[in-house]
Design a protein around this ligand. Structure first.
Ligand SMILES: Nc1ncnc2c1ncn2[C@@H]1O[C@H](COP(=O)(O)OP(=O)(O)OP(=O)(O)O)[C@@H](O)[C@H]1O
Ligand SMILES: [Mg+2]
Length: 324
């Protein structure tokens, strides 16, 4: 690890880097997923971003979310989405208590540090938007009273990319609320064999140690303020984002929120790598996961088989990388 000692806040960043790396190692002990996926999830948790895991059934989406909750010592809840799930099932309800003759609030599952929203595209648009509103604002308003959600707060949503029947695909404006969209993919044959042997008699989560707590996560988030972003790097991100807007295949390019979110997660990745400054490689490693899901391609480009990640990959090839 290349740790910079030049900054007086170096020790804060070092402590946060240790927390982040312990989290990555703890998750990796139970979940077989590419390192960049686990690192992306940990960076999002620290930076306060939400993650969409889009993948086929049975590749470890749920187990990854649970591993992160367990390793981080966070409170955890799960929402299984169906078409009849109501906004109040997620946010909570006020119920009249006869004994006290007053309304008492029963918090919904969204009141947890880490909320797994399984098959988010099966929830009705009304419920999706209630959920996405709480993600954006980190608060919930029920019966006129606004309640703040816990800190840290992270939603890990899942959706299956191959089954569309009975689903309500999330509009791009709502996908924009996710810092990253990742997929786990199938493991290598060696990994799959090892996994089958290891998990024949035990649960993947039994292998995940609890290595952190909410206080350490809050400290890690605060340490992000000491991770420097050079003006040339900000300009690089802006250029990448603008390139997606100018692309002829794109109807709706990446928003300013996208660039901002990318830099936030890149800071957490830099910290995870033991640095107190962001490098272009942090941005490049996250760009496809951080931008592709926010792009809306033209019907013509889609008909010709273009995919959003091609647009991002080409922008990465074309935009000049700052030397720093
Ligand atoms: N990459 C993986 N690492 C560890 N365990 C895995 C992995 N893939 C699958 N498993 C194991 O397979 C089972 C199913 O995994 P999991 O429930 O996480 O799948 P999922 O992607 O959430 O599927 P679904 O879309 O059906 O909800 C679990 O017992 C889990 O331990
Ligand atoms: Mg699952």
């Amino acid at each position: 690890m290349t740790t910079s000692h030049t900054s007086p806040n170096g020790s804060l960043v070092e402590a946060a880097a240790a927390t982040a790396n312990e989290l990555v190692a703890a998750c990796a002990a139970g979940v077989r997923a590419p390192a960049y996926v686990i690192e992306g999830c940990v960076a999002s948790l620290i930076a306060g971003g939400h993650v969409m895991i889009e993948d086929v059934p049975g590749v470890g989406k749920t187990v990854l979310a649970k591993a992160l909750a367990r390793a981080s010592g966070c409170s955890y809840s799960r929402v299984q989405c169906t078409a009849d799930l109501l906004p109040a099932d997620v946010t909570g309800v006020s119920v009249f208590d006869q004994s006290t003759r007053a309304f008492a609030f029963h918090p919904g599952p969204v009141f947890a540090n880490l909320v797994l929203v399984d098959e988010i595209n099966r929830a009705s648009p009304k419920t999706q938007s209630a959920l996405l509103e709480s993600m954006e604002e980190q608060q919930v308003t029920v019966d006129g009273t606004t309640r703040t959600l816990p800190e840290p707060f992270m939603v890990i949503a899942t959706q299956n990319p191959v089954e569309y029947e009975g689903t309500f695909p999330l509009p791009e404006a709502q996908l924009d609320r996710f810092a990253l969209r990742v997929s786990i993919g199938y493991p290598s044959a060696t990994d799959e064999t090892l996994m089958i042997r290891e998990l024949a008699s035990r649960d993947a989560l039994d292998m995940v140690p609890e290595v952190s707590d909410v206080a350490a996560l809050r400290a890690a988030k605060a340490a992000l303020d000491h991770v420097h972003v050079d003006p040339s790097l900000a300009a690089y991100v802006v250029e990448l984002v603008r390139r997606t807007r100018d692309d002829a295949r794109v109807d709706l390019g990446a928003s300013p929120r996208a660039g901002l979110s990318l830099v936030r997660i890149a800071r957490a990745r830099a910290m995870l790598k033991g640095r107190d400054h962001v490098l272009p490689e942090d941005v490049r490693a996250l760009a496809s996961m951080g931008l592709s899901h926010r792009l809306l391609l033209t019907p013509d480009a889609r008909a010709r088989g273009a995919i959003a990640s091609d647009v991002v990959d080409e922008a990465l090839l074309e935009v000049e990388v700052p030397v720093g």
